[in-house]
Ligand binder design. Sequence first.
Ligand SMILES: *[C@@H]1O[C@H](CO)[C@@H](O)[C@H](O)[C@H]1NC(C)=O
Ligand SMILES: *[C@@H]1O[C@H](CO)[C@@H](O)[C@H](O)[C@H]1NC(C)=O
Ligand SMILES: *[C@@H]1O[C@H](CO)[C@@H](O)[C@H](O)[C@H]1NC(C)=O
Length: 272
Amino acid sequence: MGKLLLILSILALSLGKYIQIFNDNFENLSNWVAEDLPGVNTGSNEWEYYTSRSVNVYTTGNSLVLHAQAENYQGYNYTSGKVHSAQQWGPYGFFNIKALVPKGNGLWPAIWMLPNGAQNVYGTWAACGEIDIMETICTNNQAYSTLHFGGPWPANTQYPWPPGNQYPFGINWSQPHYFGVEWQANFMTFWFDASIVDGVVQGTQIFTVPSSQWYSQNANGQRYSGNAPFNVPTNIIMNVAIGGNWACSISGCCNNVAVPTSMIVYNVQIWE
Ligand SMILES: *[C@@H]1O[C@H](CO)[C@@H](O)[C@H](O)[C@H]1NC(C)=O
Ligand SMILES: *[C@@H]1O[C@H](CO)[C@@H](O)[C@H](O)[C@H]1NC(C)=O
Ligand SMILES: *[C@@H]1O[C@H](CO)[C@@H](O)[C@H](O)[C@H]1NC(C)=O
């Protein structure tokens, strides 16, 4: 069986087709680490305290639930759930995540990628790179995909800038959807409700970013060569933020926060 899989893998790779290397339907949390993190340490002035308690992060046997609620906890008014993958993945591949994403005032759910401790061989954020597969805020039906890169803060930058990072269509958030990124050495393509058919990504392409658009530099402004920073492994992260700089910059968004609520993640797939 191992030998057959190996032969099939080599055959598929030689044809440039994707092979599945990870498929989690959340029977348990063994592939994920639930974080304990106060909003003050998120870098975005978030209003929640992320806890690893089973009230905020749990599995149902076929899904992961990240539950946000109003609660007095360590000086905070809300608690919520945030997980990162137990191991780093990539570089490169097709990462596809199926989730039912909550919408409402004060909510900022996200599916994204960032290296361990927001730091890697290239340095701290955003020299280390950040891939935002899907973010959405407040009550509208928009979603956003963005790359963050550049130098260590405050020399960070991003691509695309609004409104270029917004999906060109609204989403029915009452249904679960697949949110994906095809991460390759020379491009990054974001996908909506995509799947792999015969080793090839098929679905709705949001947009493609060529590697010529991104870079990484050290604190002295010297650029790293090649396609840095998106050429090293990174974590997958999923969370439901409450408040925070972005959401609360929208008029009225952070009034009457829509809790309790949950993001339900059904499936995480990685293809190489
Ligand atoms: C977790 O679930 C996986 C299947 O996804 C299974 O192979 C593994 O044994 C489980 N681990 C524990 C600790 O139950
Ligand atoms: C909790 O709510 C109170 C009352 O609105 C506010 O003063 C306080 O700053 C909030 N705490 C946090 C950590 O956001
Ligand atoms: C959105 O999805 C829900 C749940 O499947 C469905 O009941 C509703 O009709 C959909 N709305 C639109 C506008 O398609």
